[in-house]
Write a protein that binds this ligand. Structure first.
Ligand SMILES: Nc1nc2c(ncn2[C@@H]2O[C@H](COP(=O)(O)OP(=O)(O)O)[C@@H](O)[C@H]2O)c(=O)[nH]1
Ligand SMILES: [Mg+2]
Length: 185
């Protein structure tokens, strides 16, 4: 069994993205009730109609098997929580940048978060999650847009965050990429 101490903390993976994209849903799909939530009634209904929104960060933990745990963390997408998101990013080994590729500002919004991750002192590995149904053409146009904006070739995974199997699969891709990275010299 793996134990964690202050010198080897549980690896943390962050979910980032705009309000309503599905961060809380993804963490709930992974962790069920085993999470600390911070949703409160949404007072900013002009930006988004949903009833609850996340203030502060929310955390859960998940057993990958063999006693290996990762902590998953949701970061608010609203700008007034910039400082909190930057802290979480700098303290994470991996980040999921969640996006609706059909949104007009998808490339810009995802690009900002990718740039924020890349600017961290020890940059976390970043994967993009396409979190709404999207055509192959729309997904390709989005990926091309990111590349044209200088973000390189970033993997874009299609997920339905309401399905635990989808979120688990995305997590296992990220964890595999992380273990490859830690093995390379
Ligand atoms: N129709 C539809 N709804 C979705 C889909 N994926 C997520 N949702 C819903 O979008 C909402 C996302 O809210 P939430 O997880 O609180 O977003 P957060 O602000 O990023 O934490 C939830 O009500 C989900 O059920 C999808 O593919 N289709
Ligand atoms: Mg939320």
């Amino acid at each position: 069994m793996t134990t964690y101490s202050s010198t080897s903390p549980m690896p943390r993976i962050a979910f980032m993205g705009p309000m309503g994209v599905g961060k809380t849903t993804a963490i709930r799909a992974l962790c069920g009730d085993d999470m600390v939530e911070s949703d409160v009634p949404n007072l900013d209904r002009q930006s988004h109609a949903k009833e609850f929104t996340t203030v502060g960060a929310e955390f859960g933990q998940i057993d990958l098997g063999d006693g290996e745990f990762v902590q998953v963390c949701g970061c608010p997408g609203q700008d007034r929580f910039d400082f909190l998101r930057q802290w979480v990013v700098s303290a994470s080994v991996g980040v999921f940048v969640m996006v609706d590729v059909n949104a007009a500002n998808a490339v810009q919004a995802a690009g900002l978060l990718l740039a924020e991750a890349a600017a961290a002192e020890n940059p976390p590995l970043a994967l993009v999650l396409s979190a709404r149904p999207a055509s192959a053409a729309a997904t390709q146009a989005f990926a091309d847009g990111l590349q044209a904006a200088g973000h390189g070739v970033v993997p874009v995974l299609q997920v339905d965050v309401r399905r635990r199997a989808d979120v688990l699969q995305a997590l296992s891709v990220l964890v595999s990429m992380l273990s490859l990275r830690s093995e390379s010299p």
